[in-house]
Design a protein around this ligand. Structure first.
Ligand code: ADP
Length: 397
């Protein structure tokens, strides 16, 4: 195990996820979560041998630092601390500045902080997390892996909005795309399944979790993706609306809604939750639909229809297509969702293999379409592994 462990950190505004990844096999030796930061009940929890353990943090103070210090103490107690060789941080927004993983230093921290304008909920929290781990592990190199980096290969026709150039020049308004680490990982794994070099492989990668996005991958590179300037664009999601006529915002503002209420509505009360009036959780939607719930049925229909529409439109971004890839919580597990999406794509020749579809879940990968028909497959994503591996590669480069 020694010399192969990377500590992966995903620091949010009120939480901090961590995982100790063995870069030899991609396994998480230990993983956990600090949450409720800023509240008296702030705590850190982790799982060892299937058993959950939890400690409270102090009622106030810098909870990010306290959580990191507690994680360091835990790693020490478990005898793992000395085997950690690098720290990898997930960073949501790298703007146009970061096209690949970088070593974190003061200049990089400043740049990430500067990009907070584009990701106000995420980037400041990443910087706080990075400062905390730099203090706790002064001798270790730290790396930043960006959600946006994989999409920096998009051509201007894909990332430029049909708006005046002034908005791009003055404010950087353009499509950035997110979930890049996931689309990168599953496209590489899918190339192995079809036995082709990824540089010659073409995929439509469909990441369906609470957040959801589609990515057209041409010769291994992102050429278009459905999330945009922010993660609100594109597909219908758990609580986000996805694409919508921007005039609706003006309409609601004129009706007396505050800007904050509109933002909350579109980000937190829309999507599966908003349409079903029930839940943002896909399992709950499918269960309710099976019991005949009207809102859940409509939510399911819209969700699957919109994914299929995006897949259809991304045929335009590619000259050929080797496979559609389903990944993340819903993509990896929900048979009815995958089945319905493939049904919606029947004009392109997709035919579900029901037995194969049923087998590809709970971490199992596999092709889920019938032989001699266009290929769709399931590939479990593993963003932590990418972060750990890229950190390790940079350490040794
Ligand atoms: P995120 O990382 O974006 O928070 P996940 O990738 O964990 O989200 O996906 C969460 C979604 O996956 C939820 O809608 C949940 O219902 C769905 N999901 C998880 N497990 C299953 C399952 N066994 N069957 C169907 N849907 C599932």
């Amino acid at each position: 195990m020694s010399n192969s462990l990377v500590l992966v950190i995903n620091s949010g505004s009120s939480s901090l996820k961590f995982a100790l990844i063995d870069t030899v096999n991609g396994e998480a030796t230990l993983s956990g979560l600090g949450e409720c930061f800023g509240l008296p009940e702030a705590n850190v929890s982790w799982k060892i041998n299937g058993e959950k353990q939890q400690v409270q943090l102090e009622a106030s103070g810098n909870h990010h630092q306290q959580a990191v210090d507690r994680i360091v103490a835990l790693l020490d107690e478990l005898g793992m601390k000395q085997d950690i060789v690098a720290i990898g941080h997930r960073v949501v927004h790298g703007g146009e500045k970061f096209t690949q993983t970088v070593k974190v230093d003061d200049t990089v921290l400043e740049e990430i902080e500067k990009l907070s304008d584009l990701a106000p909920l995420h980037n400041p929290a990443h910087v706080i997390g990075m400062r905390a781990t730099m203090k706790a592990f002064p001798a270790l190199s730290q790396y930043a892996v960006f959600d946006t980096a994989f999409h920096q290969s998009m051509p201007a026709k894909a990332y430029t909005g049909a708006i005046s150039r002034k908005l791009y020049n003055d404010y950087g308004i353009r499509r950035y795309g997110f979930h890049g680490t996931s689309h990168y990982f599953v496209s590489r794994e899918a190339a192995k399944v079809i036995n082709k070099p990824v540089e010659k492989s073409n995929f439509i990668s469909v990441h369906l979790g609470n957040g959801a996005s589609v990515c057209a991958v041409k010769n291994g590179k992102s050429v278009d993706t459905s999330m945009g300037f922010t993660p609100l664009a594109g597909l219908m999601m758990g609580t986000r609306c996805g694409d919508l006529d921007p005039s609706i915002i003006e309409f609601l503002l004129k009706k007396g809604w505050s800007q904050e209420d509109v933002f909350n509505e579109l980000n937190k009360n829309s999507g599966l939750l908003g349409v079903s009036g029930l839940t943002s959780d896909c399992r709950g939607i499918v269960e309710a639909m099976e019991e005949g719930h009207e809102g859940a049925t409509l939510a399911f229909e819209i969700f699957c229809y919109r994914v299929a529409k995006y897949i259809g439109s991304y045929m335009v971004a590619l000259d050929e297509l080797d496979a559609i890839i389903f990944t993340a919580g819903i993509g990896e597990n929900s048979l009815p969702v995958r089945s319905k999406i493939l049904e919606n794509l029947k004009i392109f020749g997709y035919r579900e293999d029901a037995e194969a579809n049923a087998a590809a879940r709970f971490g199992n990968k596999g092709i889920i379409t019938q032989p001699s028909t266009p290929v769709a497959m399931v590939i479990p994503t593993n963003e932590e592994w990418v972060i750990a591996k890229q950190s390790m590669e940079m350490l040794h480069s």
